[in-house]
Design a protein around this ligand. Structure first.
Ligand SMILES: Cc1cc2nc3c(=O)[nH]c(=O)nc-3n(C[C@H](O)[C@H](O)[C@H](O)COP(=O)(O)OP(=O)(O)OC[C@H]3O[C@@H](n4cnc5c(N)ncnc54)[C@H](O)[C@@H]3O)c2cc1C
Length: 313
């Protein structure tokens, strides 16, 4: 919960209840000076702002207080598709999500084969965040009718059971991962993503946002890019002995998608170099974080992270 919440927290109810950090109401923090302080909208509000998106830069959170939401069961599971070209399916999915209720959360997932136990697949994973079966079925039905739909396994279940992700078998591979927020999941963006995925053949995961995620303004927390429609995540797999040119090729292909994206989700970035930090925050957010860092950690004690360097104002 620590890194997840302080960096964002995109869960299966992001369209209904926002990010994990949107549901944080109070945090107890041990600061670089060794003080124990409470951060909330009323106490140390600047620290509270910075904690919600600024990661572990401002202290050690020893207690999180969250707003909880009543929920009995959800309707969740995969819809599987047989398609050669991802673009028409992605367009259809986007159109459904644009008119869908906030209860419907969905992730598009295209995976290569990880051996006989995990063959290649194209799926839309859905979680309808309510126990109302008729409403869930009405929301999901349009996805079942998309081009190439093969079968589905959507069932009523406890929310905790949705969190058990199947893990791909471990293999000695180098993963080159990229991600970015799409403010507008346009036809052109989709064509570029489908083209690059065809070349890369790795994992493509796209999480639908909007809803409650968009209702928080970009400067209300240190998590920017609130106007996003989708989060696009790509992971290419290379043999461990692949030459640097292979990584360069992945980066060059991803560059074809980049013009359609703004910023990156830090919790899905493996890097913590300057390029990664620059992608994680809009400029105004980063400047404000640097000033708050200077106030709470002027010596940069908390530096073994996606680091915000202190800047005095
Ligand atoms: C299999 C897998 C699935 C994932 N799925 C999702 C997902 O669905 N949605 C999503 O949003 N993210 C997801 N993530 C990413 C996840 O949000 C990040 O990996 C996150 O950093 C995990 O937090 P942690 O505390 O476990 O990690 P850690 O590596 O322990 O911490 C990451 C950083 O957070 C900071 N930190 C952690 N705890 C504290 C604390 N108490 N006080 C101060 N700083 C702290 C530190 O700076 C640390 O460097 C997934 C990751 C994995 C590996």
């Amino acid at each position: 919960m620590g890194g997840l919440t302080l960096g964002g927290g995109i869960g299966w109810m992001v369209r209904k209840y926002g990010l994990a950090l949107d549901n944080l109401v109070k945090a107890e923090v041990v600061t670089a000076a060794g003080e124990i302080v409470t951060a909330s909208p009323l106490e140390q509000p600047e620290l509270f702002w910075a904690l919600r998106g600024g990661g572990g830069n401002f202290g050690v959170v020893t207690h999180f207080t969250f707003r909880a939401h009543p929920l009995s069961t959800v309707h969740a599971g995969p819809i599987r598709y047989d398609v050669e070209d991802l673009a028409p399916l992605l367009r259809g999915w986007r159109d459904v999500m644009r008119g869908a209720p906030e209860e419907l959360n969905a992730t598009f997932l295209a995976m290569p084969s990880f051996g006989p136990e995990m063959p290649a697949s194209t799926q839309i994973l859905v979680c309808y965040a309510d126990s109302d079966e008729a409403a869930a079925e009405a929301a999901v039905e349009p996805l079942r009718g998309l081009l190439g739909a093969r079968d589905a396994d959507i069932r009523e279940k406890d929310y905790v059971d949705v969190l058990e992700d199947p893990q791909p078998p471990e293999a000695p591979l180098t993963i080159v991962a990229n991600n970015g927020f799409a403010p507008d999941f346009s036809d052109d963006a989709i064509d570029a993503i489908a083209r690059v995925q065809r070349e890369l053949g790795g994992v493509l995961m796209i999480r639908s946002l909007r809803g409650a995620f968009n209702l928080v303004s970009a400067d209300e927390t240190a998590f920017g890019f609130r106007d996003s429609e989708m989060l696009v995540i790509s992971a290419a797999f290379l043999p461990p002995d692949a030459p640097p040119a292979a990584t360069d090729r992945v980066r060059a292909l991803w560059a074809e998608v980049s013009p359609f994206l703004a910023g990156s989700y830090g919790n899905f970035l493996s890097g913590s170099d300057e390029q990664a930090i620059a992608a994680m925050f809009p400029l105004a957010t980063r400047s404000r974080l640097a000033a708050i860092k200077h106030r709470y950690d002027p010596q940069n004690l908390f530096s073994q992270n996606q680091n915000i360097a202190p800047v005095s104002t």
